[in-house]
Design a protein around this ligand. Structure first.
Ligand code: HEM
Ligand SMILES: N[C@@H](CC(=O)c1ccccc1NC=O)C(=O)O
Length: 282
């Protein structure tokens, strides 16, 4: 029997459904017609499909990340830490997935990217609304980042809402207070649109948790989930700037920034400063 006949026989014996004229199939459920017809290269370059798929898949993962992160923030606010832990773990795994994805893109060399770049015009990842919502949900607030969305009311509304809402770290500090740990009033209510600033009082609060983990097990776990997440995010930023240097060197970015110089500055962003600073004293 040929290999082909053998596999035909297996499919027949297994009873797999083969007629989908009346039933929902795989592609129907996943709306693959829409997803797989949304790649529209503008250049004749072979590598543009890689560039598009890399970004589209990243945006899909970011969509899931935001879904999980928003639910995690609600869970922390509602004292449901067990749900929050599951979701924050998933967010970190997604971030790790995005870190791993850089290795696919780094197969693209400078001449290959140069063939695509003029077609990108002034578009840039800097204008990713979902990425900005993620940064805001993690506390890296910056009003200027709303501007690229001003021309698109629905997108602006989404980024604006993320900008105005307390971050996961803000909610963690409020939870600490509810759990009986001293927390200054200016951390419990403040203008959430402002970037987070480290404070000695918060440093002391986390020290209380980390010096006696058994007494504060949930908060200790929460702290470590947040460190996991920032750790993974730092790796993503690092792989981004390294890939960018590898592909365009020190050219200015299409988004108007200095390029690598801008991305290197972003490496210095610390999302949850006290969680890192306490380590020296433990
Ligand atoms: C060859 C590949 C890439 C190059 C050369 C590149 C280059 C750059 C540059 C130069 C910037 C700074 C803003 C600007 O002036 O344009 C930037 C920002 C950004 N890029 Fe990329 N990038 C690449 C791939 C990606 C991928 C795969 C993603 C995933 C979605 C991504 C997401 C972003 C985001 C979110 C920003 C804003 C970062 C921030 O504001 O902190 N980039 N990129
Ligand atoms: N900023 C990049 C262009 C770029 O990478 C890009 C362009 C359009 C859509 C997504 C992009 N990715 C990340 O910035 C550049 O300066 O070459």
């Amino acid at each position: 029997m040929t290999d082909q006949k053998r596999t035909e026989q297996i499919v027949a014996e297994e009873g797999a459904q083969l007629d989908f004229s009346r039933d929902m199939s795989y592609g129907d459920y996943l709306h693959l017609d829409q997803i797989l017809s949304a790649q529209h290269p503008l250049s004749p370059a072979h590598d543009e499909l890689l560039f598009i798929v890399q970004h589209q898949t990243s945006e899909l993962w970011m969509k899931l990340m935001l879904h999980e992160l928003r639910a995690a923030i609600r869970s922390v606010a509602g004292d449901d830490l067990h749900s929050a832990f599951k979701m924050l773990s998933r967010v970190s795994r997604i971030m790790e997935q995005l870190v791993g994805a850089w290795s696919v893109l780094s197969t693209m060399t400078p001449p290959e990217y140069t063939a695509i770049r003029p077609y990108l015009s002034n578009s840039s990842g800097f204008q990713s609304a979902q990425y900005r919502c993620i940064e805001f949900a993690l506390g890296n607030k910056n009003a200027a980042m709303l501007k690229p969305h001003a021309h698109h009311p629905a997108r602006l509304a989404e980024v604006d809402a993320a900008w105005r809402a307390p971050s996961v770290y803000d909610e963690a500090l409020r939870l600490m207070k509810r759990s009986g740990i001293d927390m200054p009033a200016d951390r419990l209510e403040r203008d959430w649109t402002l970037p987070y600033e480290a404070s000695d009082a918060v440093h002391q609060a986390w020290l209380v948790v980390y010096r006696d983990p058994k007494q504060h097990w949930d908060l200790y776990q929460l702290g470590e989930k947040l460190v996991d997440l920032e750790d993974a995010f730092r790796l993503w930023r690092f792989r981004h700037v390294t890939t960018v240097e590898r592909v365009i060197g020190f050219k200015r970015g299409t988004g108007g920034t200095g390029g690598v110089s801008y991305l290197r500055k972003m490496l210095d962003v610390v999302l949850f400063p006290e969680l890192w600073r306490i380590r020296t004293e433990l």
